[in-house]
Structure formats: C-alpha cells, structure tokens
Write a protein that binds this ligand. Structure first.
Ligand code: FAD
Length: 398
C-alpha cells in the first residue's frame, strides 16, 4: 500500500469493486479499502438481479449463480397469485447470485486490472484540505495511516459514514429504512426457478416478504418492513418467524442475517470537492424493490469514469465531478428510481383490499412485457382514478 493514489475507494461491495476496476482500467492508481476481513461476507442481500442488467458488467458464471429465475410470483394479501412467466417477465427474470463469490470475483477483477486492495482496513476520517476531500485516514489491521488521493469514492454502503464525516447529510427517515431479516433455509418445498413476493399488512407491513431460491430445496427467505412499523413483538423477525412456521415448519435455518435497506429518494447531491458517493452510500437503491446491486455497479463505474477524466484534467472540484450526478439522474436507472419512489409511496398506503384488487386486475392484464411502467400504464387504462391518485401524490412529493 502506498501513501498516495489517484483514487481511493472506500468499501469493497459491488459499487466499490466496479469503481476500482474502472479506475485501474483507465490507467489510474487506485486503492480499495474494505473494513471487513473478507470480501462478500456476511451477505446482507437476497442476491436477486436481472439477467440483462448483470450482462452490462460481467458474463454469468455458474461459480456465483445459485439459481436461474424463470418466473416471478406475486401473492396478494388474499392469497391470489399472479405468475409472470419468463416471456412476460422480460428483464425481471435473472439470477439469484452467491454474493460470497460474486463480490469476491468483482474485487478480483479490480485487482487483476491493477487496483491495490486492502481488507481489514477501515477508513476512519477524511483528509480535508481547504474544505476539499484529499484522501482518508485509515486503520489497516491496527496500523494507522494517512492515504492521500485526488478523488475519494465513498462506496461504504447503506450505513455510510464517510459522506457524513465530509459534512453531507445522509440521514434516512426511519420510515424509509426497511428493517430486514433473512434466513437461508434448506429442506423446503419451493419452485427452484421462481422468486415469490408476498404482500400485505399482515405479512409485511409497508414492505414484502420474499422466497428467493438458492437451489432445489434451499432458499433465501426474508422480509423487509418499514422501520416505522417495527416494534416490540412485531419486528421484522416476528413476521418472518410466523411465516416460516406456517409455510416451512420442517425447514432448517442455516443462516440468519439482519440488515437495513434505504428506500428513500437519493441524496440531493452525490458529489463534493474531491468526493463522489456511489451505490447505497448515495441512496440509489430502487425504492420499490429494495434492489441495489445493479445500481451500485452502475454508479461505481460512472463515478470512476468521471473521476478519471477530472483527475486527467487536474481539476477535481465539485463542478468537475458534477457530470456524475447529472448523468446517473438522467439515466434509465435514475428515472426508474424517481418513478418507483412515487409508486412505492402510493402502494405502501394501500389497504389490503385495494392491493387484492390491483393484483387481481393485474393478473388478468394482457401485457406484452412485464415492467413496472407497462403494468402501471395498463392499470391506469382500466382504472383512470389511479392516474389522478398518482398525479396528486407526485405533486405532494415536490
Ligand atoms: C436484506 C437485504 C436484501 C437485499 N436484497 C437485494 C436483492 O435481492 N437484489 C438487489 O439488487 N439488492 C438487494 N439488496 C441491496 C443490496 O444488497 C445493496 O444495494 C448492495 O449491496 C449495494 O452495494 P454497495 O457496494 O453500494 O454497498 P455494500 O454492498 O453494502 O458494500 C459496502 C462495503 O463498504 C464497507 N465499508 C463500510 N464502511 C467502511 C469503512 N469506513 N472503511 C472501509 N470499508 C467500509 C462495508 O463493509 C461493505 O463491504 C438487499 C439488501 C438487504 C439488506
């Protein structure tokens, strides 16, 4: 490890790993620091990702694919099921990853491209000079060190502290933190090629419960509920335990992980002098699904690309890094986040009866391809009142 790099990446998740790879491929010196002793563990993720979006970054490899998903099943509060087969589910079908191996592979690729990697190495504070970020103080296996860099990419995940240390408000309202628990279960009867989503205020208030296959008789069974709905006797784990006891009474739990997912709007600005925020640290998780692996990789790549150009021009001030913020907001990912935030805000307020009605009418729709947008368009054409409700909601969010 050197004392000075062009780029310093804080965090070895998908955002940090892809940023480090991109930086190294552009010929810049880069150090990635990861506070955990090993990349990829523990896995706080249900590990689902669409096939098409994954292909933008890496060719699928059976070493880190736990299951191939051919259909998605959505279960309404009244148990009505809507099954989306692969020809309909389009980009929504994909893979359940094994992120223990997947995250490691991404970091390996960064190392192969020339990035320096330091595990068990925590960024403890930014190096600040005239208000600009110029690196970080780190603790590497107990040894304290100062590493300077022209640009720091904070990819330190949902609990991100780095941006806060640099004076950026990263607070997520409690109601927009999904309190999550997931079990890896074996010896259970499942469809090994279908993800299943259970909705309803009795099952998962302001969230959903999922079964994501990990093999023929294994799955990631988890839940996310609004932090505001969590309390003594009705925490996420209480809901999940109730579900598991009735659905998989003989199943075995071989892993239990808790975590939080932010389903808020992204930060109002994701750059500062010498600093870019990527992935969960920038709050770019899809607010409707809680999916953030692709968004992390996308923003990680873009962050390093923009930083690389800025470094080459010798100007890493906020204005020179702004193209990052502008580009991801204008991208399909950015637009999907804005749209899905609105839909999420609409859906979480619905009583179970209305959710039942929506899923019943959606299961009768004749869509050419399933996407959140095509689904909403169809539902609006059948129920124009929905458009009025969504428009009013959009106005209230401005
Ligand atoms: C229960 C649950 C289920 C989910 N399911 C899905 C899903 O099915 N599909 C999907 O797409 N997304 C899912 N997500 C979201 C997904 O896991 C994240 O969006 C994704 O991991 C974000 O990647 P990232 O690189 O931004 O952050 P992370 O993967 O969180 O990586 C951040 C890294 O930074 C490190 N770090 C933090 N602070 C420091 C520091 N000071 N110094 C050094 N290192 C530091 C952390 O140890 C961590 O390794 C889920 C999340 C949860 C909690």
């Amino acid at each position: 490890m050197k004392d000075k790099y062009d780029m310093l990446i804080v965090g070895g998740g998908p955002a940090g790993a892809v940023a480090a790879r991109t930086a190294a491929e552009s010929g810049h010196s880069v150090l990635l620091v990861e506070k955990r002793p090993a990349i990829g563990v523990p896995v706080r993720c249900a590990e689902g990702i669409g096939r098409d979006v994954l292909a933008e970054f890496i060719d699928p490899d059976e070493r880190w694919i736990s299951a191939e998903i051919k259909r998605a099943t959505i279960v309404a509060p009244d148990a009505t099921s809507m099954i989306l087969e692969s020809d309909l589910a389009g980009s929504k079908v994909g893979y359940i990853l094994d992120r223990k191996i997947f995250d490691r592979e991404l970091v390996w690729q960064a190392a192969d491209a020339g990035a320096d990697i330091a595990v068990k190495t925590r960024a403890t504070a930014p190096v600040l000079q005239d208000g600009a970020v110029k690196g970080a103080f780190i603790d590497s296996c107990g040894q304290k060190k100062k590493v300077t860099a022209d640009v720091v990419i904070a990819a330190d995940g949902v609990e991100s502290k780095f941006a806060r240390w640099c004076g950026i408000d990263t607070t997520v309202p409690v109601r927009e933190i999904m309190s999550s628990v997931q079990y890896i279960m074996t010896d259970i009867d499942i469809d090994p090629h279908s993800t299943v989503f259970f909705l309803g205020n009795e099952v998962a208030p302001e969230g959903y419960l999922w079964i994501f296959p990990k093999g023929v008789r294994s799955a990631n069974v988890g839940i996310g509920i609004s932090g505001k709905k969590s309390g003594e006797g009705h925490r996420a784990k209480d809901y999940l335990d109730r579900f598991v006891a009735s659905r998989f009474p003989d199943g075995k739990i071989i892993e239990c992980i808790v975590g939080g997912v932010s389903v808020c709007q992204p930060l109002s600005c994701t750059v500062a002098d010498g600093l870019i925020l990527a992935g969960d640290a920038a709050r770019v998780v899809d607010p409707l699904t809680g999916g953030g692996i692709y968004n992390a990789m996308y923003t990680g790549k873009l962050a390093a690309g923009v930083a690389s150009k800025a470094i080459s021009k010798g100007d890493t001030k906020k204005a020179a890094l702004m193209p990052y913020d502008q580009e991801w907001r204008a991208s399909a990912m950015g637009k999907a986040i804005a749209r899905n935030y609105m839909i999420k805000e609409y859906l979480i307020k619905l009583p179970d009866q209305k959710l039942n009605d929506i899923i019943q009418s959606a299961s009768q729709l004749n869509l050419k391809e399933f996407s959140t947008l095509s689904l909403i368009k169809e539902l609006i054409s059948r129920n124009p009142k929905l458009l009025v409700e969504l428009t009013a909601l959009r106005a209230s969010l401005r």
